[in-house]
Write a protein that binds this ligand. Structure first.
Ligand SMILES: [Fe+2]
Ligand SMILES: [Fe+2]
Length: 201
């Protein structure tokens, strides 16, 4: 797994100490996680229907497949949460994802490109965070779960980025992607610490 993490293009790396801190309250972490999976499923479904005229090969297949995976993750997280005596609560906010979405330009091509890049970034960072959680969790059930999610989110990161490269010339996509990678690192660093998947260090 280590080699794959190093291949992620993220500008910053999460220290193992973040994992121990985030796991201090596993219920809170699972609640936050459940909402993220739900939002990831919603995002994929929304992307699928938002630009039906840009009929990119693999578009519908990718979005339905991601939405199905995220819904399955949501079911797994909520089952684990309920077995441990927790439940989803109203009013979840992820400033990390919200701040990333603010970077999406309006206008057809730029908007689609940015939304795919932002989706890829969230997947890549989640992937990196799951690897840290898998490395630090002493709870065997959680450790295996985070380990399994790592591979799934890695696949999502790759497909979103692959679709992004179909939206505009390579140089243009690369330039925007590099820019957004810088923003991602800054936005993550601005997050307060806590028992959340995208909390600050
Ligand atoms: Fe997921
Ligand atoms: Fe995902």
């Amino acid at each position: 797994m280590k080699e794959k993490i190093q291949n992620l293009p993220l500008r910053t790396r999460t220290p193992l100490s973040w994992g121990s801190a985030a796991l201090a309250d596993p219920i809170a972490l699972l609640i936050d996680h459940a909402f993220l999976e739900m939002k990831a499923a919603q995002n994929a479904m929304e992307l699928m229907t938002r630009w039906p005229n840009e009929w990119t090969p693999g578009w519908v297949e990718t979005m339905t497949s991601v939405a199905r995976d995220e819904t399955a993750h949501l079911a797994q997280v909520t089952r684990m949460l309920m077995r441990r005596g927790g439940r989803m609560e109203r009013g979840h906010k992820s400033f990390y994802a919200a701040d990333l979405r603010k970077l999406v330009r309006s206008g057809k091509t730029g908007e689609t490109l940015d939304r795919l890049c932002v989706s890829a970034l969230i997947e890549a960072r989640s992937c990196e965070r799951f690897s840290v959680l898998a490395a630090t969790a002493s709870d065997e059930e959680l450790r295996k779960f985070y380990d399994a999610l790592f591979s799934s989110e890695l696949g999502h990161y790759k497909v979103f980025l692959k679709l992004a490269y179909k939206m505009a010339p390579v140089d243009e996509v690369t330039a925007r992607w590099e820019e957004l990678l810088d923003h991602e690192a800054r936005i993550l660093a601005e997050q307060p610490p806590g028992c959340r998947i995208h909390s600050g260090v």
